[in-house]
Each structure stands twice: as structure tokens, then as C-alpha cells.
Design a protein around this ligand. Structure first.
Ligand SMILES: Nc1nc2c(ncn2[C@@H]2O[C@H](COP(=O)(O)OP(=O)(O)OP(=O)(O)O)[C@@H](O)[C@H]2O)c(=O)[nH]1
Ligand SMILES: [Mg+2]
Length: 233
């Protein structure tokens, strides 16, 4: 079974070695999409490229956003024979030892499995203040209610596993959003196409090192995008 983790990076020099080694322990391939990080991230990655042919790198000329990074990675995966494609953050917020549980859930017959921080009414986030938690919980409630996805608890989660057929069916060039909105848009499109979607519980650890790329613009984009998706704009 061929599995790929797409790992977008922007200034993750402090985290990249650790995350690469944790993922490779799981014997899955990695594709890193680095957006011209200026902290030496790509130089570190290049050391691995010569040693391990399961690690791949696409370098883009500038910070072009998370959404287009994933679309680039998905297309790369589809040109090859990967059956499952993961999204994962490079800042150690997502634990690669969860990978087998995602695959197990897919094997039960699900096409998209989301790693949720909020299953069964619990909150498994380490390191967020109350404001950030509230924003995330509210964003999820808002999006799932408007889009008819109330059977899901975490549609903004960036830790997930797609069966190949999902990525083949979604018109990746038509994806409009980039930040959190990208995660919501992908689940909604998979749902609209009739794919089976499920969640597994994960623990999310807020980054210890490096800097956040979250900002108000990303939140605004998500709030508006939900309505565009709902009314097909
Ligand atoms: N290639 C690429 N990667 C990005 C871009 N923006 C963010 N990333 C990466 O996407 C992942 C998630 O970004 P984060 O900055 O952690 O965003 P977040 O998780 O919403 O916010 P934090 O609270 O800071 O963790 C990380 O691996 C980033 O390095 C981008 O424009 N291009
Ligand atoms: Mg993060």
C-alpha cells in the first residue's frame, strides 16, 4: 500500500528534522512543499533528499498559501500510484504515530478521515488559550451548521487522510480558498460528491517552535467562503 504525507512548510527549520524522522518511522513517503522559507528549512531538507528517496521536495518561489501548496501536493500524488494521501502540519502539532489509525478507519470503508480535536464533546488541544479554543469551536459549529455537515466535529482540522479517488474526483484547479477555508472547502466538496467521511480522535499540540501564520485574514476568508460554498458561488 503506497501512502504519501504532504507536508507544507514555511519557516519550519526548528521542526522539520523531527517531523521528517517521526513520519519516516511509519514507513510512508513524504512530499514537502516549501515556499521559499528564509530560515534555512529547504537546506535542511536537501540533506535528506540524497539519503532517502522516499522524501521529496517541491520548492515554490514565494509564500503562496497553504491551499495551493496542498493542491500542488495532491496533483503530484495523483501522477504517481499513491492510494492514500495525508495532510499534516510540519510544526509537530500533529502526531505521526496516529497514521495507522487513519488508515484503519479508511479500511473500514471511509474515503476521507479527519483527525478531530473535538470528538464526543471533548476538547483535545494542548497549549491554546480560551480565546483560540472558542474561535475554533465556533468556526466549526458555524461551518458545519451552514453546510449540513453536523455529523462532523472538526472540519478545519489540517490532519486528515484522503483516499485517492476523492482527490481524483474533486476539481482541484477550482479550489478557491487558501487558509482554514481550504480545509472546509475540501470536506464539503467530498461530501457533495457522496464520499464517506469519518473522524478519529487526535490530540493537537500547539507549536512550541517557529512562528504562527494564522491571522485575521484567514478567519475572514473562512467565514465568507462557507456561504459561497453553500450557495454554489
Ligand atoms: N508551503 C506553505 N506552507 C505553509 C504556508 N502557511 C503555512 N504553512 C505551513 O502549514 C502548516 C500550518 O501552518 P501554521 O503556521 O502552523 O498554522 P496554524 O497551525 O493555523 O497556526 P499555529 O497556531 O501557528 O500552529 C505549517 O507546517 C506551516 O509551515 C504557506 O503559505 N505555504
Ligand atoms: Mg500550526
Amino acid at each position: 500500500m503506497k501512502i504519501l504525507v504532504v507536508l507544507p512548510t514555511y519557516n519550519e527549520a526548528e521542526n522539520i528534522e523531527k517531523i521528517i524522522s517521526l513520519i519516516r518511522k511509519r514507513s510512508v513517503d513524504i512530499l514537502i512543499i516549501d515556499d521559499n522559507s528564509n530560515d534555512g528549512t529547504s537546506e535542511i531538507i536537501k540533506k535528506y533528499l540524497t539519503k532517502d528517496d522516499k522524501i521529496n521536495l517541491i520548492q515554490r518561489p514565494a509564500k503562496l498559501g497553504l491551499g495551493t501548496a496542498y493542491v500542488t501536493g495532491f496533483k503530484w500524488a495523483l501522477q504517481r500510484d499513491y492510494q492514500y494521501v495525508f495532510e499534516m502540519d510540519a510544526d509537530l502539532s500533529h502526531d505521526p504515530s496516529d497514521i495507522p489509525r487513519f488508515i484503519g478507519k479508511c479500511e473500514e470503508g471511509y474515503d476521507l478521515v479527519i483527525g478531530s480535536r473535538y470528538t464526543h464533546g471533548t476538547i483535545s488541544v494542548v497549549g491554546w488559550d480560551f480565546r483560540r479554543l472558542l474561535l475554533s469551536k465556533f468556526a466549526n459549529k458555524y461551518a458545519t451548521t451552514i453546510l449540513g455537515l453536523s455529523f462532523l466535529t472538526d472540519v478545519t482540522s489540517g490532519y486528515r487522510c484522503y483516499r485517492r479517488t476523492v482527490l481524483e474526483s474533486i476539481e482541484l484547479d477550482k479550489i478557491k480558498s487558501n487558509g482554514y477555508a481550504f480545509q472546509i472547502e475540501m470536506v464539503y466538496k467530498a461530501f457533495k460528491k457522496g464520499f464517506r467521511i469519518s473522524e478519529i480522535p487526535i490530540i493537537f499540540y500547539e507549536r512550541n517552535s517557529g512562528s504562527s501564520k494564522m491571522d485575521k485574514k484567514i478567519v475572514r476568508e473562512a467565514a465568507l467562503m462557507v456561504w459561497r460554498l453553500r450557495f454554489g458561488g
